[in-house]
Write a protein that binds this ligand. Structure first.
Ligand code: F6R
Length: 614
């Protein structure tokens, strides 16, 4: 996590740094800081958000056409001002920002302390500034070489940017495991660096994504890239596709609400051009390329975290139903550490909005080493996961800024639906008529989501008002609606801080039923085609114990809506497509409850959007 930005050019750096940090604040908001270089090297930093940094900086000397900035999600050391980045070297001449973790920092720190270094913070990052300076002085090398040599001693993950008072025409950056992109301005000698492209797009669309183990040097207005083994690299320059509008709230109170309401478009975009409901064709290059592999697959493993893991569960149901291949869905963090059996015949699918989640990346690396074919379903173009996979499909949901994932989930599920149908088609497991039916229904989903958003928004607000003070909440669903229940519970807990659990509806009687009394709201997804009668019985069991039922039902429902305390109707659809609709009211419910509780829905406490630490 953590967001980093840097500016090198003819103009003043400050405005770019602050705006950039605001755009990256979703990556962490424990503290923020900047360093500006203009003869002297000045650092301003504090605990809290970028707005507080602006207040700290107000009235101070903010000049400098070299600058670095950081917004932190704390890993080592409490989130206070001293631990905020940038960190300075022993002499105070070198300033450095870092996203990642230096795993061997304790060993390096001990050695440096023995040599007389004094540290101000508890961070792993500060060690790196001291190490670079010591190497520079002792080996009598320039800043670039000192950084290169220092990085050869470091174990861990990093994206770093360094400024030095003694090298005013130099800015050095490097990457291993944490993202870094450089924007190249039309204006000669101007460069913008950031953790992702969102701070850059306003200034230039020409960028290069830095790869692992590469160091970027901007010296005297020219950029060069080399590896930490000292081999020169020709950077791959590309054009950004994101628009500035996608990064603004567009009249909504929060990014989360905007992103919930964007789902008709994001679901449409995730499927656009990928299937032809009339001619029953697929246009997914990744499927065509790997058709022979898919024909002979024995097993698929899906790895992901959080909301993406929930999408993976929907994917399991879809692929097993249509493709008839066994699927295992794994928490990426557990998968890696239990010595799993992976063979060259396996297909490992990673699902990740950010494409940067460290646990998912590590799981994929291991699967790749063991010879599996690895496939990515990611949202952020150019991020780490798509760059290391053999094949994949972007979800094209557009930038998701709210920390709680909403439109990314439904886009992942849409892509997984196409993937499952594609696999089924290649393996000859789906009749043309059935494919035609599912395609035809899939085609209507964006429109149905649009109608649903209009019809359920006010109702969700009303229901939210009734449960704003609930201390707990249960979510129940069966079949395709079980992952929806898990996702609903995650959304509520992460943004409203209400304790919530998702369960398969029938599993309730094996334990959670003990929790039910008149104070327990139970959200049940009870749609017509998903084991309706059985879920109805589960609802009766809750009602018999005076629990409060909030039901998500199919339009025209008579039985559940009759006994539920509240119900929200969704349009009828194929049972396999229900998650794309049933998720929407649960997102809105969580959103309104969190807003009514006064929570910061876009930046919930303790969370960050890109979880780049394991
Ligand atoms: C929940 C949420 C997280 C992420 C998880 C994985 O709303 O956003 O649970 O889903 O951290 O992130 P990605 O999808 O970027 O790998």
């Amino acid at each position: 996590m953590c967001g980093i930005v840097a500016y090198y050019g003819p103009d003043e750096a400050y405005d770019f740094l602050i705006k950039g940090l605001q755009r990256l604040e979703y990556r962490g908001y424990d503290s923020a800081g900047i360093a500006l270089l203009n003869g002297d090297l000045r650092v301003y930093k504090n605990k809290g958000k970028v707005a507080e940094l602006e207040a700290t900086a107000k009235g101070k000397n903010l000049s400098g056409n070299r600058g670095i900035g950081h917004t932190r999600w704390a890993t080592h050391g409490e989130p206070n001002t001293v631990n905020a980045h940038p960190h300075l070297s022993q002499s105070g001449d070198i300033a450095l920002i870092h996203n990642g973790i230096i795993e061997n920092y304790a060993t390096l720190k001990k050695v440096l302390i023995e040599r007389g270094h004094e540290f101000k913070s508890d961070t792993d990052t500060e060690v790196l500034t001291h190490l670079i300076e010591e190497i520079k002085d002792k080996e009598n090398v320039d800043l670039l070489e000192a950084v290169r040599l220092a990085l050869n001693e470091v174990v861990g993950a990093y994206a770093i940017v360094i400024l030095s008072k003694n090298d005013p025409n130099t800015l050095i950056a490097a990457r291993k495991g944490s993202p870094l992109v450089v924007g190249i301005s039309e204006q000669a000698g101007e460069f913008f660096l950031a953790s992702d492209a969102t701070p850059i797009v306003e200034y230039t669309k020409t960028v290069t994504y830095i790869n692992d183990n590469e160091i970027v040097a901007i010296q005297d207005g020219e950029m060069t890239v080399k590896t930490i083994d000292n081999e020169a690299i020709s950077p791959f320059i590309q054009e950004l596709k994101i628009s500035l509008d996608a990064l603004e709230k567009g009249g909504y109170e929060h990014f989360m609400l905007k992103e919930i309401f964007e789902q008709p478009k994001s679901i449409y975009d995730s499927m656009r051009g990928r299937f032809d409901p009339q001619n029953l064709n697929f246009a997914m290059q990744s499927l065509t390329e790997y058709a022979s592999k898919i024909k002979n697959l024995d097993r698929i493993i899906i790895v992901a975290c959080g909301t993406s893991w929930h999408a993976g569960l929907v994917g399991e149901y879809l692929i097993e139903e249509f493709g008839r291949i066994p699927v295992e869905v794994e928490y990426a963090s557990e998968f890696r550490y239990r010595n799993p059996i992976i063979t060259e015949d396996d297909l490992v699918i990673a699902i990740s909005q950010s494409g940067e989640t460290a646990d998912t990346l590590a799981a994929l690396e291991m699967a790749k080493e063991k010879g599996a074919t690895i496939y990515g379903i990611c949202n952020v173009v150019g991020s780490s996961i798509p760059r290391m996979t053999h094949a994949g499909a972007y979800t094209h949901a557009g930038p998701e800024i709210g920390v709680a994932s909403t439109k990314a989930f439904t886009a992942q599920v849409s892509v997984l639906t196409l993937l499952a149908l594609g696999i089924a088609d290649i393996r000859g497991k789906i009749a043309r008529e059935r494919l035609r039916e599912v395609f035809a229904e899939l085609d209507t989903i964006p429109q149905k989501v649009e109608e649903l958003l209009q019809s359920c928004n006010e109702k969700c607000k009303e229901i939210a008002a009734a449960y704003v003070d609930a201390p707990n909440c249960l979510y129940l669903g069966r079949g395709y609606n079980f992952p929806v229940a898990l996702e609903g519970a995650l959304k509520l807990k992460e943004i409203s801080y209400i304790h919530a659990e998702g369960y398969p509806a029938a599993e309730m009687k094996h334990g959670p039923i003990a929790l039910i009394d008149e104070n327990m709201p139970v959200v049940v997804i009870a749609t017509k085609r998903n084991y309706y009668e059985k879920v109805l019985s589960n609802i009766q069991e809750v009602k018999a114990r005076k629990g409060k039922i909030i039901a998500v039902v199919t339009e025209g429902d008579e039985k559940v809506s009759e006994i539920a305390d509240h119900y929200i109707e969704i349009p009828d659809t194929e049972d396999c497509l229900t998650p794309l609709l049933a998720t929407i009211p649960l997102q809105l419910l969580s959103y309104y409850i969190a807003v009514m509780r006064g929570c910061n829905v876009d930046q919930p406490r303790n969370l960050a959007k890109s979880v780049t630490v394991e």
